[in-house]
Ligand binder design. Structure first.
Ligand SMILES: [Fe+2]
Length: 286
């Protein structure tokens, strides 16, 4: 009798965990709040917010209404800047473009600016379809989202530096990192955190916002995620001090790649409040 009860309870437990992983956590967005100290930040930007949204993975497999709902909720926080760190699509064909337009015209926008970079999935099959990536950029531009493809754009004295995707066909980071002015306020957007380990940074000091890993999507409690699409397995999610003046932040993404499953890795929207760098020392000294 006891054995039968144990098996029955175990089966119910497994079904509950499966249902939670499939139907609850993938839609349970975590709004994460952080401070971002930036050197040479203009006074007028202190206290302004940068919202990071990543890895939407728009496809026929994902509930588009969920993405729109999440971004409308994010919009209510009235971000000053919004940055998208790649993988807008799970690109499989041209039909995806209408879905992209449909979702992104309702996407969260910053009151000052909205920017982004592309991810590997925006480059289609084997991350090799340059035409698809160009079309993704064009559609996003029509939705007032500036896509930075090894480019810098300055808004109110803050430089946004966008590196095109590592696995795509337009990865030329040095082209843009050599233009970074160390006496300016800078922020880098770069989809794949593995780029941090390449010798392309030209002594850049400051923050790098990434996505790509989805935090592994599923992970056991207190243990690292078993699957991460990066070479450097330290690059899972959250804030990582690279110990050379650079700070990496990896957002866990809003959508799901391949399968709609998440366990112990909730989808994320990150809200950074801007602070001038000298305030760090002030706090430490007080
Ligand atoms: Fe992704």
């Amino acid at each position: 009798m006891r054995r039968r009860k144990f098996i029955k309870n175990s089966l119910f437990g497994m079904m509950g965990a499966g249902l939670y992983t499939w139907q609850v956590e993938p839609f349970w967005v975590d709004f994460v709040y952080k401070k971002m100290h930036i050197k040479h930040l203009p006074k007028k930007l202190i206290g302004k917010t940068i919202m990071q949204i990543s890895d939407l993975h728009i496809s026929k497999k994902i509930d588009l209404a969920y993405l729109v709902r999440a971004m409308q909720k994010a919009q209510k926080l009235k971000p000053d800047f919004v940055v998208y760190t790649g993988d807008f699509l799970d690109y499989t064909g041209a039909k995806q473009f209408s879905r992209l337009q449909e979702v992104m015209k309702k996407a969260t926008k910053g009151s000052i600016a909205t920017l982004g970079v592309l991810g590997n999935h925006d480059y289609g099959h084997r991350w090799n379809d340059a035409k698809a990536a160009n079309q993704v950029s064009k559609i996003l531009r029509s939705c007032d989202i500036h896509i930075l493809r090894n480019q810098i754009k300055r808004f109110q004295g803050l430089n946004f530096i966008g590196i095109d995707d590592y696995w795509g066909t337009n990865f030329h980071p040095s082209k843009v990192t050599k233009q970074i002015h160390s006496k300016a306020a800078n922020l880098v957007l770069c989809h794949n955190p593995d780029v941090c380990d390449l010798k392309v940074w030209n002594n850049y000091q400051g923050w790098i916002l990434s996505g790509h890993t989805h935090g592994g999507q599923c992970k056991p409690p207190f243990l690292p995620p078993p699957i991460l699409p990066v070479k450097n397995k330290k690059y899972s999610s959250g804030t990582i001090d690279l110990n050379d003046g650079r700070t990496l932040y990896i957002n866990k993404g809003l959508g799901c790649s391949s399968l709609q499953v998440r366990f112990n890795v909730r989808p994320e929207v990150t809200v950074f409040t801007l602070r001038k760098d000298y305030e760090v020392n002030k706090v430490k000294m007080s």
